[in-house]
Design a protein around this ligand. Structure first.
Ligand SMILES: NC(=[NH2+])NCCC[C@H](N)C(=O)O
Length: 590
């Protein structure tokens, strides 16, 4: 093995303070549970179910690209590390890092190309087999110590090694099988026979599940049952470019797969829930994240990009959710190729940043994409020239469509939509509100129209508040009709209700105050006149006389005043209520 040193700042200052040898760390093994990932003071306090040393992070940086044909993916670990990934995991999450001081090129086990002829159609079979075997040992060494293992690829063929290593260690340490969550645009489950490309990065899952087998040690014959995983404990998320042969394999083996269609249909939250439910909560999880699961808008620098992928946020969400289960035991981040799309400016930089964000989320840190620290530039790496990606480009569908993708596998184009708000109005209360407001408004309109007529007949001046209250009530009726129309259109927004409700409330309150003054005011109040001449009339007129008729008419007028006041009050209260209701509906949604 020929590890190359990484020229970033993560392995010098402070490393000795935080990086303890495995001898030191085993002494802390005896510390009693609960055991949190990283340092509980800086992390989300997620308790690990299966790691005995969850504050320790084993790093395997794999500078290998032989599982596919495009050079550059071997430069990813250096780019990710120089971008500050490990420094952040150490400094912000308090992980003690192990194995972080080298990016491995495995030059000692990779045979020269002329001695690595295709076998069963597989390209570079000896190299990939030897390298993944070595990776399996490296991951195993970390995992058997009870550490969380983070492998930075490399192409996805390296998962043969990472999963084999963590499956073996978990069986030995806990006597349990692991589950695998494979986040990827591709199923990578071709057998050598079904593969059209011969690239082993399209086959790791078939070797890991035993669907593809080989006796010869130099062609993955070293894989034994202790390295394998069950197809029942395998879940895919993000699929959108699955070969015909792979579809058959998935179907015949009943493998759980959530494609982009499922994510569009159910939303990422539900999909992750279903994926985790399939695995069950007492199974250690190995998360293998291929950066091409993300839409090329977020991660264009990858060997086999496919449009219509996950947003960066959805990718982070998957990682955060898996981390939160407490079952995570190992993570791979693969297929970042900083050399691809580097000339488009946005490409390499954004992909590396997306990779950082994904790894952070896996390790339990709030994703940092919008404020990723600027990477340190070194002469032999890809120049990162682009600015930080603008966080909100999901809201610009044309940006998603315009992403330059040089792939022959553009099979699925995902429409990128704005978030749709669903407001849940309490139907019964809303209907009751409209009914009562309608009754109040109509009553006031009716009473004051009658009063205006009476004034006219009596040739008396018409006070301003009669037409005023009629207008306010008519506005209220119009508002209710507007709400009905919006409900019918399914577009009733809380903001509309709150603004409309507030304006009417103010108008309504003015009317109510004026009516109160008329009713109980200091001079010639309606109430005192009514009490005196109508309700307190003594003797009360009886019989079919003009006087009786006048008394009845006056009593009607007095009762109308009382009704107007009562409904005016009810209206004002109900307008307050609708504002509160609208606010609650709004708050529930957000
Ligand atoms: N990890 C990946 N990017 N895999 C891409 C695989 C593409 C194709 N299905 C193949 O087998 O060649």
């Amino acid at each position: 093995m020929s590890p190359s040193r990484v020229s970033s700042d993560y392995n010098d200052n402070g490393a000795s303070a935080t990086h303890q040898s495995s001898t030191t760390t085993t002494t802390t093994k005896s510390t009693a549970p609960p055991r949190y990932f990283g340092n509980p003071e800086n992390t989300s306090m997620i308790e690990s179910k299966f790691l005995s040393q969850p504050q320790d992070l084993g790093i395997v940086a794999v500078g290998f690209s032989g599982g596919q044909g495009k050079p550059g993916v071997d430069a990813a670990p250096t780019a990710l590390i120089e971008s500050g990934l490990l420094t952040q995991l150490r400094d912000e999450l308090g992980y003690r890092l192990h194995g972080h001081d080298a990016v491995h090129s495995y030059a000692d086990v990779v045979p020269p190309p002329e001695r690595d002829q295709p076998h069963r159609g597989m390209k570079n079979p000896r190299a990939v087999s030897a390298v993944t075997r070595r990776i399996a040992d490296q991951v195993y060494e970390h995992a058997r110590e009870g550490r969380l293992v983070l492998t930075l690829g490399g192409d996805h063929s390296i998962a043969i090694g990472t999963i084999a290593g963590s499956a073996r260690a978990t069986r030995e340490r806990l006597g349990r099988d692991i589950a695998v969550i494979w986040v990827d645009a591709h199923a990578d489950i071709n057998t050598p026979e079904t593969s059209g490309s011969g690239n082993v990065h399209g086959m790791p899952v078939s070797f890991l599940t035993g669907l593809a087998r080989e006796d010869k040690e130099e062609f993955f014959g070293w894989l034994t049952d202790e390295h394998r995983v069950s197809v029942k404990k395998l879940v895919y998320i993000g699929l959108r470019d699955v070969d015909v042969g792979e579809k058959r394999i998935l179907r015949e083996n009943g493998i759980k797969a959530f494609s982009m269609f499922d994510i569009d249909k159910h939303g990422i939250g539900r999909v992750v829930e279903m994926a985790l439910a399939h695995i069950g909560n007492d199974t250690p999880i190995h998360l293998s994240f291929d950066v091409d699961a993300l839409d090329p808008m977020w991660a264009p620098s990858t060997g086999t990009p496919v449009r219509g992928g996950l947003t960066l946020r959805e990718g982070d969400f998957i990682c955060e959710s898996v981390h939160q289960t407490g079952s995570l035991v190992a993570v791979d981040l693969v297929e970042v190729n900083p050399r691809l799309a580097a000339d488009t400016d946005l490409g390499a930089h954004e992909t590396v940043r997306a990779g950082c964000s994904i790894s952070d989320a896996e390790a339990g840190l709030e994703p940092r994409a919008p404020s990723c620290p600027e990477p340190t530039l070194t002469s032999n790496t890809t120049p990162f020239t682009s600015p930080c990606p603008t966080p909100n480009r999901r809201s610009n569908p044309s940006a998603a469509m315009a992403s330059t993708v040089t792939s022959d596998s553009l099979v699925y184009e995902r429409r990128v939509v704005e978030r749709i708000h669903k407001y849940h109005w309490p139907a019964v209360q809303l209907n009751l509100w409209m009914l009562i407001m309608l009754i109040a408004s109509c009553l006031i309109i009716g009473v004051f129209s009658t009063f205006i007529q009476i004034q006219q007949v009596l040739q008396l001046p018409i006070p301003w508040y009669f037409p005023y209250y009629i207008t306010v009530s008519s506005l209220s009726v119009a508002f209710i009709l507007l709400l009905l129309w919006l409900i019918f259109q399914r577009r009733l927004l809380p903001s509309i209700v709150m603004i409309g409700g507030f304006i009417l409330f103010v108008l309504w309150l003015v009317g109510l105050i004026v009516i109160s003054i008329q009713l109980w005011g200091p001079s010639n109040s309606v109430s005192s006149s009514c009490n005196l001449f109508v309700f307190g009339a003594d003797p009360q007129p009886k019989g079919q006389t003009l006087q009786t008729l006048a008394w009845l008419e006056q009593r009607g007028i007095c009762q109308s005043w009382q009704a107007v006041f009562a409904f005016g009050l009810v209206g004002a209260i109900f307008l307050l209520w609708i504002m509160v209701m609208a606010y609650q509906v709004f708050a529930d949604d957000s």
